[in-house]
Design a protein around this ligand. Structure first.
Ligand code: PLP
Length: 388
């Protein structure tokens, strides 16, 4: 295992070594570690629903009714009826004929893209798409053409100049996970129509955030019926785990029969699906949750902006503070930790070398007073590190 040792030594030298940390969750946005309490400012729990009593009750009821595990893959052993409930609810929420749940968002992307693009097909993928999209492209037998981030001239040129014997698929994050900007889906759809391409949007960070009632990017741009493949996760605003694809009956039946990450993996547990179902009901029943989230995000964005802390390009609750060097990002995280604030340092390989950043995410569960204090600390630390 000398190669492991060598690799680990290398990443340590570059301040890129990472390890999982466990906290005690006190509620959706407060955690404790070694007697100290922290404000979590990097969570994807956008609506704070992980700690909603109603959502927790749905998960507990699911265990009481159906047990703790699902016992096998859905196509081989069958599974609990919560799947049908949530898939119907997701299809209604996304305005499609049908939906299918995968075990993670990662598996939804990998399984769907590799099932859709075969040997003679071409996938056009934004350069900042999530790793699970990139891995889906790698796993598919089609050719992948990467276009510059949200650059529609580049996409148009690549669509025009890339020979394709089979199908074309354009795939994009709806909200980019590390930058918080929104894909120009209206323009992508127009190009998709011009070049007869299927469109796939990953709404992992758009559900609960964008569109009518938080239903995502398609609704945000008023493009109902124009995006064939809407992928999403149950792991962020929907406070559980899992991923899904929503689309036509035919697409969903095709994925069920073709996507290997769906076919060859044990189904999610009743508690997991139950929690997501409960969270979806909460989201649909409380429009003020999305409003509160967006209000909190705007408040933090404007306060940082006034102080000269650049939150580049983001119009969503994902607020990236660009610092450049990985070591500087780590130093900033440590200084904020001393102030009782937990944020993540995002470094290569998650982002390109030289573009390390702090990824702040705001939640509806944050309280304004605490956000004010957190912003003051971020400004003070930015001054200390001469970032402003
Ligand atoms: C844009 C995007 N797509 C897909 C995923 C994968 O989702 P999951 O964490 O549910 O596997 C993530 C999250 O990590 C993401 O940010």
């Amino acid at each position: 295992m000398e190669f492991c040792k060598k690799y680990l030594a290398e990443v340590r030298t570059q301040t890129l070594y990472r390890e999982p940390v466990s906290y005690r969750f006190l509620d959706a946005v407060h955690v404790s570690l070694e007697e100290k309490t922290y404000l979590a400012l990097s969570t994807n729990n956008y609506l704070g629903l992980t700690h909603s009593p109603a959502v927790q009750q749905t998960a507990m009821d699911a265990i009481s009714q159906y047990g703790t595990g699902s016992g096998g893959a859905r196509l081989t052993t069958g599974s609990h009826p919560l799947y049908e409930k949530i898939e119907k609810a997701l299809a209604v929420f996304k305005g499609t004929e049908a939906a299918v749940v995968f075990n993670t968002g990662y598996m939804a992307n990998v399984g769907t893209i590799s099932a859709l693009a075969g040997k003679s097909d071409v996938i056009f993928s934004d350069e900042l798409n999530h790793a699970s999209i990139i891995d889906g492209c790698r796993l598919s037998k089609g050719q992948t053409v990467v276009y510059r981030h949200t650059d529609m001239d580049d996409l148009a040129g690549k669509l025009r100049n890339t020979p394709c014997q089979g199908r074309r698929l354009i795939v994009t994050d709806g909200v980019f996970s590390m930058d918080g900007d929104i894909a120009p889906l209206d323009k992508i759809v127009a190009l998709g129509e011009a070049y007869e391409s299927m469109i796939m949007v990953d709404d992992a960070h758009a559900v609960g955030v964008l569109g009518h009632g938080g239903c995502g990017t398609v609704s945000h741009f008023g493009l109902q019926g124009k995006v064939a493949i809407q992928m999403g996760t149950l792991s962020k605003s929907l406070a559980s785990e899992g991923g899904y694809v929503a689309g036509s009956q035919e697409l969903i039946a095709y994925l069920i029969n073709k996507a290997r990450s769906f076919i060859f993996s044990t189904a999610l547990s009743p508690a997991t699906v139950g929690a997501a179902y409960g969270a979806l009901r909460e989201l649909q029943g409380n429009s003020e949750l999305v409003e509160k989230l967006l209000g909190n995000a705007q408040y933090v964005r404007e306060a940082l902006d006034r102080a000269g802390v650049a939150v580049e390009g983001s119009t969503t609750p994902i607020l990236p503070i660009m610092v450049g060097k990985a070591s500087l990002a780590v130093e900033m995280v440590e200084l904020l930790k001393e102030e009782g604030i937990l944020v993540s340092a995002i470094r290569p390989p998650t982002v390109a070398p030289g573009s390390s950043r702090l990824r702040l995410t705001v939640s509806a569960a944050h309280d304004r007073k605490e956000l004010t204090q957190a912003v003051e600390s971020i400004i003070a630390v930015s001054r200390k590190l001469k970032l402003i």
